[in-house]
Design a binder for this molecule. Sequence first.
Ligand code: NAD
Length: 420
Amino acid sequence: MQVGTVIKSVNYALGNLNQWMSSKKAKLPIVAFPSTAELVPEPLGLVLIISSWNFPLGLSLEPLIGAISAGNVAVLKPSELAPACSSVLAGNIHTYLDNKAVKVIQGGASVSEQLLQHKWDKIFFTGSAQVGRIVMSAAAKHLTPVTLELGGKCPAVVDSLASSWDREAAIKRILGGKFGACAGQACIAIDYILAEKTYTSTLVEQLKVATKKMFGENPKESYSVARIVNKRHFLRLKNYLDEPMVRASIVYGGSFDEDNLFIEPTILVDPPPTSAIMTEEIFGPLLPVITLSKIEDSIQFIKSRPKALTIYAFTNNETFKKRVISETSSGSVTFNDAVIQYAADTIPFGGTGESGFGKYHGKFSFDNFTHEKAVLSRSFLTDFWFRYPPWNDHKLQLFKSIYRFDYLGILLTMLGFNKS
Ligand code: NAD
């Protein structure tokens, strides 16, 4: 899936690059007449890309496409937590790309920290908010611009859809966007569900049935259940479930196998709001369903928490959709599906607030690694005398008229009449 998405993005960039690279004409105010202006894209220079482990090829190569298509040279530091992919990138990129333009440096936090001590023209970071803060502090020393692609808790508001067809599709998309997305170890995986109390029990029953259908009676044997990346993250997730009040809220799953780093796709109903599972990013196959008095309460629930990378809402209620768009803030909003927004080249991908800043994919990737230089070319044909000192009321009056596009005022002032 990652490879296919990257190939699609490369082809999209190749097909559009000529247009992206071309200068864009800009309009100028009348005081600059006659002259021309354009925006000329230029590369930022030397960029550092630090990526996370969970989609190790995609999250390394997608930003690299933007960096090199915009004409930069790049150093890529993939995650040490996906060592096989990191070594594939290090072992192959130099064969296919200009070795003077792209280098891969492997290693963990200490290598990253050393790289961050150098001066870069741009740092593109994908990972946790905690490390994002370290990256931003290091960049500040050199006034280096950064893009932070972070995570957080992506809510999914699930309305009681009227038709059974819609409901069935929604359930599959929710589970695909949670357990199917690397066992929930994805920044845009659904973190938790918000549903109205009149609908929760029906929804939970449907989720249970569909989960069993997708992953079988014994999900440990299923080829479709990804493992947790390492012991540290396994124990982090297990600790969430070990809180007694959280364990009591499990309605499906809940089993695990430490030797195999396996955690069963697990559904919980109303774990305590102050428990770690509801305050930290889950990033694993645990799916809390939170009951609200009415679906509209989800807006306040979401607004009272840090801004998410994506808000999902499964609903056919157009008024409610408009409220989600206008009353909440997040990197993106996706209605009636999950995760699919990542594959689009025509819409930006990125967060806001705690979920990061800066955007990429398609043309947005090119722009992310580009400085748009303003170029203004003035002719010597005319020169307005009122632009220069000594200043007087007459000249001031002319400027005021010009900036108001008040052509009569300009004429009258030029003729010596003071309009004011
Ligand atoms: P992480 O922050 O632990 O690591 C990310 C990168 O930072 C790795 O390359 C790592 O080597 C490096 N790093 C670790 N410690 C560092 C330090 N002290 N100084 C400098 N660099 C350091 O994140 P992760 O575990 O790889 O990924 C999980 C997180 O990333 C989750 O929060 C997830 O939501 C987020 N994420 C976001 C996106 C997105 O596109 N917005 C995509 C994937 C993952």
